[in-house]
Structure formats: C-alpha cells, structure tokens
Ligand binder design. Structure first.
Ligand code: GLA
Length: 380
C-alpha cells in the first residue's frame, strides 16, 4: 500500500510526496459504547489503512485529492468553510479550523488520500483519516505533536462534525501494535498491551453492508440517555464516578427509573463487568468463555442499548447455530460489521451456511473481511 499512496501523489501532483502515513482502522474485541463513560475497552489496530501522502506547495491554498472519489478540491489554508463541498472535504476544512484554534497553523500543502479500509463499516475510517491528517501535518510542519494530543484533536473534529464519540478509535489507530490488543482505561487513558495467542481460533469480520452514519443521531441519543441515567444514579446514591462504580443491584434498587434510561444503564454496567471477565478468560487462553461473553455483549447491544440491526442479529444467530465460539456486532452499530471468534474448523461450514441464508433473507451477500492486526506506519 505504501507504494500505492506515493504513486497516487506523484501522478496527481507530478512530484514525489515528502511524507506518507498509513493510518490503521480498528476492531474492538469488547467494551462497546462505554469509552465515553470512562470505561475499559479492548481494541486493536488492523492491517487495513487510510493512506495519506503530502508535500509542501508554494501555492496560496491547499489541494486535497481523494482516490476513492477521484475528486480534487482546493481548500483555504485557514480551513474557512466554503459552501457546496463534498462531505469528505469537511474533515479537512474542519480539521484545519480546529488546528488553527489550538495554535497550529499549517503551511500550504498538497495531499492525497487513498484507502483499503471500508467506510461506514464500523472500522473507524474517520478516526484513521483524522489522526493520519493531523499527524502528517505535524511532521510536515515540525510541530512534534504527541500522539495523545493528536487523539484529542481528532476527537474534537469528530464532535464538531456531529459525532460525540469517545477516544477508543483514535487510541487504537495511534497506539495499536501489530501483535496485540490494548486494554484501554478511558477514565485516565492509560493502556496495557495484551498479547492474544489465538492458537486454533480465528477472528473474522462479516460486513452486513448496511451502511451506518454515526452523525444520524442514534449514537448521540444513546449517549445522552446514558448520561442522564448516570446522573440519576449518582444523585440517588449521592456518589460520584461513572458506570464502573455502580452495580446491577444498585441499579435495580432504584425506586423509579425511566425504562429507556434503565436499559442504557444496564448495558453500561454489565458491559464493564464483561470486559474484565473477557480479559481474564483471554489471559487463560479460554476462548470458549471469551466467546460466550461476545454473545452476551451482542444481546446487550441489541436489547438494552438498541444499536444493532436485523442483518447483524442474523449473522450472530447463524454463528450460534454453527457452533462458533462468539459473535457480536462491533463499533457504533446501526449496521457495519459483526466480529466472530471461531475455532478454525468451523469456519468453512459457517461461511457456507451464513452466505446462503443471508442472501436468501436479505437479497445480497455479506462481505467476509479477513485481516491481521496492524499498526501505523510513517514513511519519510
Ligand atoms: C464509535 C465511536 C467510539 C465508540 C464506539 C462504540 O466507534 O467513535 O468512540 O463509542 O463507536 O463503542
């Protein structure tokens, strides 16, 4: 992919780029929809990337080219938004705005973007893009920006663009390593690397091909409902903290609780418990137990957090029937991918059954995404 990114730049701008970055997407084993409550999550970077290549220009404005859209736009260096823009360009204009507000004023640049990371599939293409964009500007302008700062700025840009996300995706893309998951404590942003030796087990992604947009409102409404429920809990028990500081029995002892808020709180509390049980099971190479926790997370995301979709539910149901160790929808939800953990001997029969039944029910195929764990790469 390195050469591809560089070749695209050379073709579009007739010269070699000065810097290229491959910014990875991520998977998340467990800890879904709790990063923004300061919970524990267990993501990893994968070997699917957004490629960015950059070079300085003497022109007054910047040029950004997307290989996916075959479109090139010129953007004002200050990031001032101009009307009638392709939506993908807003990541860059908003990015320049947020950087300028934080005192980072870039020199003019030419930039190309390419990707082998599916968008809207819950693999964090936007975090890969934004962390890659900020980092490549940091190298070009010699800002020496710490990756923690890059993560926070990338999150701010997402918030401005309408997704009130946590920091899991940015951390996974920036700090993920080829051979490990990170157990990230989103309360203090410290993480521990976890080397998972899968042995005969495999992780596979099945893309429902139901495209999700986290800006649609479902993501932010879940977060608002969950935060409101947490405030109720804190005020009833007169204590601080977050969901990880509450138990299900405390939740159940609340006298009156809005039923929607109850379900959001139930997911957040039980998901925290599952992350710890999962980390423990994986430490002991107990993948059957780990897998059953993935099924439990799916159930909770479906029934209590209500962020799944029928296509993802279908994949999980077939996985159960076929003896797969565990499966769950992954990422923000409302579409995207299902992550499966399986003994390799079940893979073929599962794929066969799944593709047949999925096509029959929905009229199209899901997409099997094979991947390895990956990490960010910078080429100077
Ligand atoms: C999206 C967000 C993350 C996280 C997940 C759900 O990927 O960007 O911050 O909230 O959804 O776990």
């Amino acid at each position: 992919m390195k050469n591809k990114s560089r070749d695209i730049f050379t073709e579009i701008f007739n010269r070699q780029p000065e810097i290229s970055i491959h910014s990875p997407g991520r998977i998340n084993l467990i800890g879904e929809h709790i990063d923004y409550y300061g919970g524990f999550v267990m993501p990893a970077a994968i070997d699917r990337y957004i490629g960015l290549s950059i070079g300085k220009t003497l022109a007054e404005s910047c040029s950004v080219y997307s290989a996916a859209y075959h479109e090139k736009y010129s953007i004002d260096i200050s990031g001032v938004e101009q009307p009638i823009r392709a939506p993908w360009v807003r990541y860059f204009t908003m990015g320049l705005n947020v950087l300028a507000e934080s005192g980072f004023h870039t020199r003019a640049f030419n930039l190309t973007i390419d990707s082998d990371l599916p968008t809207g599939a819950g693999l964090s293409s936007s975090a890969a893009l934004l962390t890659g964009f900020i980092e490549i500007l940091s190298v070009l302008n010699k800002w020496s920006m710490a990756r923690e700062k890059i993560a926070l700025l990338a999150q701010t840009i997402e918030h401005r663009l309408g997704t009130p996300c946590g920091l899991m995706d940015q951390y996974a893309s920036l700090f993920g390593k080829k051979d490990c998951f990170i157990l990230l404590d989103c309360a203090n942003l410290k993480y521990r690397e976890i080397h998972v030796r899968l042995g005969d087990y495999r992780l596979r992604l099945y893309n429902t091909k139901v495209h999700h947009e986290l800006t649609d409102g479902g993501y932010s409404s879940r977060r608002k409902q969950g935060e409101a429920a947490l405030e109720e809990l804190k005020s009833f028990y007169s204590k601080g903290g977050s969901y990880r500081d509450f138990t299900m029995s405390e939740l159940d002892q609340m006298p009156i609780f809005d039923p929607i808020q109850y379900k959001r709180a139930k997911h957040a509390i039980t998901e925290h418990q599952r992350v710890h049980e999962f980390a423990h099971a994986v430490d002991k190479n107990n993948f059957e137990t780990a897998g059953s926790l993935l099924y439990a997370t799916h159930q909770s995301l479906k029934d209590d957090y209500e962020v799944s979709c029928v296509e993802a539910d279908h994949i999980v149901e077939i996985a159960k029937l076929e003896g797969i160790a565990g499966a769950r929808m992954m990422g923000g939800g409302f579409g995207g991918c299902v992550l499966c953990l399986m003994d390799k001997k079940y893979e073929e029969p599962f794929n066969h059954h799944l593709f047949k039944s999925y096509r029959k029910r929905f009229g199209f195929d899901p997409e099997l995404i094979e991947f390895e764990l990956g990490e960010r790469e910078i080429y100077l």
